[in-house]
Design a protein around this ligand. Structure first.
Ligand code: C2E
Ligand code: CA
Ligand code: CA
Ligand code: CA
Length: 281
């Protein structure tokens, strides 16, 4: 029994080593992905639910991995967060999004009412020079603050709402709007919500996907919309996949819709065609 036990332990140990090695390798690949220009941004359109007007796009990162192909953020953002690489990667996302926005503007597209939404992770929010860094990038690419919006998850904000408030206030003073992402999943304290300098709530996709079958999800969506109303915030419905979901959200007074019903995230180089098509239709 003793030797059997030892074998089990040895097996387990070498298995662990494999896992650790795999993670280390993946982390070092993630590190070189920045230098090797392997990240790409996709953009998912957001529409005003009452006018149908394009009001924004959300920038969503992917990793074009040399062996594994196109990886979704779920497959590498957690490791990027753990290793701190999310800070330089987030900086890349911001710069790339601003560069692209500048190009769209230079191409003569009318983007006056349109904002590029950028996701910020908690490590970025806690970085002491975040606001200076963001403002410098806007200046460098000559992009108006009104055309940039930052998305921060409810969980990230509630982790340290007091210091988050200071950073967000700085953004708001400059005219950069803030949306709370994945709203409804993170137990916001309503008193903090009232005091935080924010402009928008994004109803989490999990509350939209089972509309109209789930009575309780409809109640939650309704409650979030009512809450947003009373706090004078705009509200975005995420993950809208069906006409029925869009109709429900519109009737309840949700301002903006985003989801596969309208469009999947689109690669950067296809966006200009998308804008032009939309303008013509
Ligand atoms: P998120 O911010 O909640 O982004 C929305 C996600 O929902 C995107 O997944 C989008 O493709 C997906 N989605 C949109 N509409 C629908 C729909 O109708 N149905 C379904 N089933 N899904 C829909 P994606 O692109 O895989 O991104 C996943 C998450 O990764 C994002 O969730 C965000 O938290 C994170 N992420 C993406 N890009 C960045 C980034 O640049 N920085 C950071 N920190 N996080 C990012
Ligand atoms: Ca805006
Ligand atoms: Ca988001
Ligand atoms: Ca979300």
């Amino acid at each position: 029994a003793k030797s059997e036990g030892r074998n089990t332990v040895e097996f387990y140990t070498s298995d662990m080593t494999d896992e650790v090695l795999k993670r280390m390798m993946f982390a070092s690949q993630l590190r070189s992905a920045l230098d090797d220009d392997q990240f790409v941004l996709y953009y998912q359109p957001q529409y005003d639910l009452s006018t149908g007007e394009l009001v924004g796009v959300e920038a969503l990162i992917r990793w074009q991995h040399p062996q594994l192909g196109l990886l979704c953020p779920e497959e590498f953002i957690p490791l990027a967060e753990e290793t701190g690489l999310i800070v330089p990667i987030g900086d890349w996302v911001l710069r790339r999004a601003c560069r692209t926005l500048r190009r769209w503007m230079d191409a003569g597209l009318d983007l006056n009412r349109m904002a590029v939404n950028i996701n910020l992770s908690s490590k970025q929010l806690r970085h002491e020079h975040l606001s200076e860094q963001v403002l410098n990038v806007l200046k460098e690419f000559n992009v108006p603050a009104e055309n940039i919006e930052l998305e921060i998850t409810e969980g990230t904000l509630m982790h340290d709402p007091k210091s988050a408030a200071t950073v967000l206030q700085r953004f708001m003073d400059e005219g950069i709007e803030i949306a709370i992402d994945d709203f409804g999943t993170g137990y916001s304290s309503l008193s903090y919500l009232k005091r935080l300098p924010i402009n928008k709530l994004k109803i989490d996709r999990s509350f939209v996907q089972d509309i109209p079958e789930s009575q309780s999800d409809m109640e939650i969506a309704r409650a979030v919309i009512a809450l947003a109303r009373s706090l004078n915030l705009k509200v975005v419905g995420e993950g809208v996949e069906t006409e029925a979901q869009a109709a429900f959200l519109r009737e309840e007074g949700c301002d903006i819709g985003q989801g596969f019903l309208y469009s999947k995230p689109i690669p950067e180089h296809e966006m200009v065609a998308h804008f032009t098509e939309n303008a013509l239709s």
